[in-house]
Design a protein around this ligand. Structure first.
Ligand SMILES: C[S@@+](CC[C@H](N)C(=O)[O-])C[C@H]1O[C@@H](n2cnc3c(N)ncnc32)[C@H](O)[C@@H]1O
Length: 211
């Protein structure tokens, strides 16, 4: 058993009321080869909490039907669904990687039972977004053709976009160097929030508003 699983087991004993810890331990144990360390890193976690915080600050707490593009291991989905301040009718996490899609489903398993969550193997370039109220993409730097994906989002949708300036990572095929650059790419009709967050070695940028 890995140290990560042992630590999570201890945390499970300390905080038995927190389903999230039990789910995370189960996922790390079942899928040890997935990149949990990166997904749970300080930079990733503060970036996700930044979204929840800014949604509340901007009085945007009713998100309706949510699409999370490049949803990865489902941590943002979990944080949104666990939040008692952010309300959703459904969260749909989409990713082109089958292994992470399955793990995201297990991390959020109790919400699948209540039909509050789905995780599917989906190329976000091929989705009809008309059925969603809110579209979140915290993986913009990973999207090979941001412009093509962005064209799929209908005007009037509420969107949350994150990208970063971590240029050394090969998979970061479409990074930006400022929040202004991200905002310019999106060209929102109404900007609710735009800002930068220092993330322990790189900077994350976020824009939220109406397309
Ligand atoms: C490393 S992860 C997420 C990083 C990001 N900072 C975050 O925390 O959300 C990027 C994810 O985007 C997914 N991805 C990239 N292109 C995609 C596409 N066209 N459709 C769906 N998922 C995509 C990858 O498979 C990967 O799981």
């Amino acid at each position: 058993m890995t140290d990560a699983v042992l630590i999570l087991r201890g945390l499970e004993e300390l905080y038995p009321e927190m389903r999230f810890i039990e789910r995370l331990r189960c996922c790390v144990e079942t899928y040890p080869d997935l990149n949990w360390g990166d997904a749970m890193s300080r930079g990733q976690m503060t970036s996700k909490l930044w979204i929840l915080h800014q949604l509340q600050m901007n009085d945007k707490v009713r998100l309706g039907r949510v699409a999370i593009c490049g949803g990865w291991l489902g941590l943002l989905s979990r944080l949104i669904l666990d939040s008692d301040r952010i309300h959703t009718t459904h969260v749909h996490s989409m990713d082109i990687d089958l292994a992470v899609t399955i793990a995201a489903g297990e991390l959020n398993s109790e919400y699948i039972i209540g039909d509050q969550f789905t995780s599917t193997l989906t190329n976000c370039h091929d989705v009809y977004y008309g059925d969603y109220d809110t579209i979140i993409n915290t993986s913009c730097e990973h999207f090979s053709d941001f412009g093509h994906w962005w064209e799929k989002i209908p005007d009037g949708k509420f969107v949350v976009l994150q990208s970063n300036d971590f240029t050394e990572i090969e998979d970061h095929v479409d990074y930006v160097l400022s929040a202004g650059e991200l905002a310019a790419k999106a060209g929102l009709t109404e900007v609710k929030f735009m800002g930068s967050l220092p993330c322990y070695g790189y900077t994350r940028f976020m824009v939220m508003g109406v397309k």
